[in-house]
Design a protein. Structure first.
Length: 620
């Protein structure tokens, strides 16, 4: 794509409008483009009273993208690049938010941090998530360690799973089948299958839910090799959720998940009979007790991870355990002061040559002030207490001001926040290059921007961000983990737009510019554009056309250990949905990379060409 086309796309974004749909753990039902409520502070606030940048992937958007993975959906949002999401199913190489690395983006499921303590990067494997069990995904960009603790430096990806219906019994069944092919080999053989089934309901005060999903793909090689021997991928997930409403002020929910992944892969950019088996077993509890002007919330979960890999380099088995307990009190003074006091406890454990663990105990506080004249303030502090390196203090200051107009508002916002990333167990106690004297990585983020909202028809926002990273954990000449002296700076801006001139038509678009200095910034594009046009043909049929542009970026060729510049590429996708039975049965057809663009996402690894899938969603 020529640069002139790129800047034309950016101009279109700046001249239309924005819709970032916001919500957090205390999920609220919202409608696109209407004045919504956000909970980036864990309180229900009008969007114009919030100074944070939050994007929501709603249940409606999830339904319109049936068959796609969580990584594919998140990758369409501003400020985020997920390397490997356009490749063979099972290949995800990291979440790069606002020029950061995977360890700097925190994933939360139902209010609880998820992270594999036995992994080297400590980032959560997005392949473990099944879209069939997800109600919504909220992405809070920027530093958020004050509320969410370690790893929340560039983004928080907050996953809310589906709630049980209020009906006595209801069922949902989904199925997708499609091709799985490269741009060079357009054989149109069926090689991708996704299925899901769930039953849930409420009997008086007791609610229940059971769900199962699986995903299977074949036909593609993980690595680009002369043989191009296919590598298969399979994913099986089972979810259960039970709840009891003791009174209108007190409820309790118990849930469990088991996910198993079996993935064949290639090593050293050559065909090899390699495979990995990943298992996640998770149980959790969520409860809330409401009183006059406040509520007490408890979210806790225990997760066990096990990975068994066999490759040309041998066999390795890793086992990690993670326990999280978060309790906080919400209280509102005079309808203007919204306060949170909480304590978060984490214990990570893993088995290397011997067993290793650490604990984190963090008290935290947050305050939101909502005035009568447009001024709002979100501020907080957190004291990180780590069993190995001691204490670390973080804070945030996030003012905003909304000027009312005849049919909407103009909001200006700013933010100054610090965050931290704790060294993981491998870096502290692993079998190779461990260093128990490591300090946490420190991040400082500055944001500033403006949002313009008009009459439920148009929303535009532009945000500038600047992040400084120091104490980064790297290696010395002996491959021992150290805190690197050099600092890294990442800055850029995001423009987001949503426009609905008539009820049947919507335009959603975003543009991101990112620049990272201090290292080679591999797999981070400077320019990225997403544009989606939606049209409701009639009451039962809608069409969605998506264009995605990923700009030039650097990747490392590990066969020669040199950095290589990768060319920009553009992808066009089309989705058509028809409601065959009102509120019961939907049919859809999905076309990805319609122009069959040939491109490289990660050096040496396969990417998908034009692929077609079709399926149904049945609600009983």
């Amino acid at each position: 794509m020529k640069k002139s086309h790129l800047w034309l796309c950016a101009a279109v974004l700046a001249g239309t409008g924005l819709s970032a749909q916001d919500v957090q753990q205390d999920a609220i039902q919202i409608q696109q483009l209407q004045e919504v409520v956000v909970s980036d502070s864990r309180f229900e606030l009008k969007r114009e009273n919030s100074g944070k940048t939050v994007i929501k992937i709603s249940s409606e958007e999830l339904e319109r993208n049936q068959g796609r993975t969580v990584a594919e959906l998140i990758n369409t949002k501003s400020g985020i690049e997920i390397a490997g999401s356009r490749g063979r199913d099972g290949s995800v190489f990291g979440v790069f938010a606002r020029g950061g690395r995977g360890r700097q983006a925190l994933v939360i499921v139902d209010g609880v941090r998820v992270s594999d303590p036995s992994s080297f990067s400590q980032e959560y494997d997005l392949r473990l998530l099944s879209t069939a069990n997800i109600e919504s995904i909220e992405i809070i960009k920027g530093a958020s360690s004050t509320l969410y603790g370690t790893n929340a430096a560039t983004a928080v990806i907050n996953i809310t799973t589906k709630k049980n219906t209020k009906e006595k019994i209801a069922g949902n069944f989904q199925s997708t089948v499609g091709t799985n092919q490269t741009s060079e080999d357009q054989n149109y053989n069926l090689g991708s299958f996704t299925n899901a089934a769930s039953v849930n309901g409420t009997l008086n005060k007791f609610s229940y839910g059971v769900g199962f999903s699986n995903r299977y793909s074949s036909g593609l090689s993980a690595a680009v090799t002369p043989e191009n021997e296919e590598d298969t991928f399979s994913h099986f997930s089972t979810d259960v959720k039970f709840g009891y409403q003791f009174s209108k002020n007190f409820e309790l929910s118990l849930y469990g998940n088991q996910t198993k992944i079996n993935n064949e892969f290639d090593a050293a950019l050559a065909e090899a009979p390699n495979r990995s088996k990943v298992s996640q077993d998770r149980v959790g509890l969520s409860t809330a007790f409401k009183y006059t002007k406040g509520s007490i919330h408890v979210n806790t979960a225990y997760t066990d991870y096990e990975t068994d890999s066999k490759s040309t380099f041998g066999e390795s088995i890793s086992d990690g355990e993670n326990f999280v307990f978060d309790i906080y009190n919400k209280y509102i003074f005079d309808e203007k002061w919204h306060t949170i006091l909480g304590v978060n406890y984490i214990k990570d454990k893993a088995v290397f040559t011997s067993e290793a663990d650490f604990t984190i105990l963090d008290p935290y506080a947050n305050l939101v002030y909502v005035s009568d004249f447009g001024f709002n303030l979100n501020t907080g502090v957190r004291l990180n207490t780590h069993s190995e390196y001691g204490n670390h203090f973080v804070y945030n200051l996030n003012p905003s001001y909304a000027f009312s107009t005849d049919n909407g508002y103009v909001k200006v916002l700013g933010s100054y926040a610090t965050s931290y990333i704790t060294p993981n167990l491998i870096q502290l106690f692993g079998d190779f290059g461990a260093n128990p004297e490591l300090e946490p990585e420190e991040n400082r983020t500055i944001e500033g921007g403006v949002e313009y909202f008009v009459n439920d028809k148009l929303r535009i926002s532009a945000i500038y961000f600047d992040r400084n990273e120091k104490n980064t954990i790297g290696f010395d000449q002996n491959f021992t983990s150290i805190n690197v002296a050099d600092e890294i700076d990442a800055n850029g801006f995001e423009v987001e737009t949503s426009w609905s001139p008539i009820e049947e038509f919507t335009l959603d678009a975003n543009y991101t510019f990112t620049e990272r200095k201090g290292d080679n910034a591999i797999r981070i594009p400077k320019h990225k554009v997403n544009l989606t046009l939606g049209y409701q043909v009639c009451n039962t049929t809608n069409i969605s056309l998506n264009y995605a542009y990923t700009g030039d970026r650097i990747d490392t060729d590990f066969s020669s250990f040199t950095d290589v510049s990768l060319e920009a590429f553009s992808l066009v996708n089309l989705y058509v949905e028809h409601e065959l039975m009102p509120n019961k049965l939907k049919l859809f057809i999905n076309g990805n990379n319609l122009l069959n663009e040939e491109f490289t996402e990660v050096i040496g690894f396969t990417t998908r060409g034009r692929n077609i899938s079709a399926g149904f969603n049945l609600q009983l």
